[in-house]
Design a protein around this ligand. Structure first.
Ligand SMILES: Cc1cc2nc3c(=O)[nH]c(=O)nc-3n(C[C@H](O)[C@H](O)[C@H](O)COP(=O)(O)OP(=O)(O)OC[C@H]3O[C@@H](n4cnc5c(N)ncnc54)[C@H](O)[C@@H]3O)c2cc1C
Length: 270
């Protein structure tokens, strides 16, 4: 969905994938050598050739370690082992979700509203957040994130935004905040003034997920029942994830609803 408007203060959220779990290959090889399981390195090569990510390979490694099935010679109960892609499919089909918690991803979301961040931080399991502090950071320009459904009344939204931006400047002058020397007092004034700023004010948030929690949240937050902005952000996150992790999102079903994807997973119990 492309969101265009003539107001430079109306912002659109953007997602950056900053970090992700990877493998120290030398350490893994040392482990495989020490434990006489070097055959697994051929599986790693095959998986990499298929375009799998090291984070996925790590999850499969841990799952296979549970059953001593990195090779077929460590567990007398088995005569053959699955490749890494098939192993991940098996993990998702069987609901062995804890092993996909080993892979973490780290995002930065810019130009998102405090409506969005308030909804996002309700996800407690397998997440970490670092958000712009409304107590430390003074509002200079009041930027906002506005649902395109308000397009027929954008001029009225802009009117309210300008009023609040000017009001904030008047408050700064009345309270003489720039002349305050003590940082603690500045912080208290900044925090007190933010109470009148709108939920739609744009800010940024760093968020990390493990892949198990992320699958759950993508399904929740791309739902047609979710709010526009969180759907918009999780559409971006889903597309980045689907491209990076070929196996972990194999069971995703995509349906377009109101210009954005709604994602459901075949395997619900992960
Ligand atoms: C469409 C939509 C509408 C919503 N409307 C409202 C609303 O009107 N008002 C409102 O307050 N909230 C609302 N929410 C937020 C919702 O209630 C949840 O707080 C939010 O989606 C977090 O999801 P979660 O509970 O699955 O948490 P997560 O932290 O993502 O947890 C993931 C899973 O872990 C398990 N889990 C996590 N913590 C616990 C625990 N303490 N005990 C047992 N199991 C646990 C559960 O299986 C849970 O589903 C809405 C969410 C959506 C998607």
């Amino acid at each position: 969905m492309i969101i265009e408007n003539k107001y430079s203060s109306f912002k659109t959220p953007k997602v950056y994938l900053l970090g992700y779990t990877t493998i120290d290959i030398d350490a893994l090889i040392e482990y495989l050598e020490d434990t006489d399981q070097m055959e697994f390195s051929d599986e790693i090569d095959t998986a990499l050739n298929k375009g799998l990510d090291l984070g996925e390979i790590l999850c499969s490694f841990y799952a296979k370690a549970c059953y001593a099935s990195l090779t077929n010679k460590k567990n007398k109960n088995i005569t053959k082992t699955r490749g890494i892609y098939d192993n991940i499919v098996g993990i998702l089909d069987s609901g062995h979700g804890s092993v996909i918690e080993h892979c973490q991803v780290n995002f930065m979301v810019t130009d998102c509203s405090r409506v969005f961040t308030h909804e996002l931080v309700r996800h407690r399991a397998g997440t970490a957040f670092s958000q712009t502090s409304g107590r430390y950071v003074r509002t200079d320009k009041l930027n906002v994130v506005i649902d395109p459904i308000l397009e027929p009344a954008y001029d009225l939204v802009e009117e309210a935004r300008i009023y609040l931006e000017e009001w904030y400047k008047r408050m700064e002058e009345r309270l003489k905040i720039d002349q305050v020397k003590d940082f603690n007092t500045k912080k208290k004034l900044t925090s007190a003034m933010r109470r009148m700023l709108p939920n739609g004010q744009s800010n940024e948030i760093g968020v990390s997920f493990n892949l198990r929690s992320l699958r759950h949240i993508i399904e929740n937050r791309t739902s047609k029942h979710a709010e526009w902005e969180i759907r918009y952000v999780f559409n971006q996150i889903y597309k980045i994830m689907k491209k990076k992790y070929k196996a972990m999102f194999f069971d995703a079903k995509e349906e377009e609803v109101e210009g954005l994807l709604e994602i459901t997973f075949k395997n619900k119990k992960v």
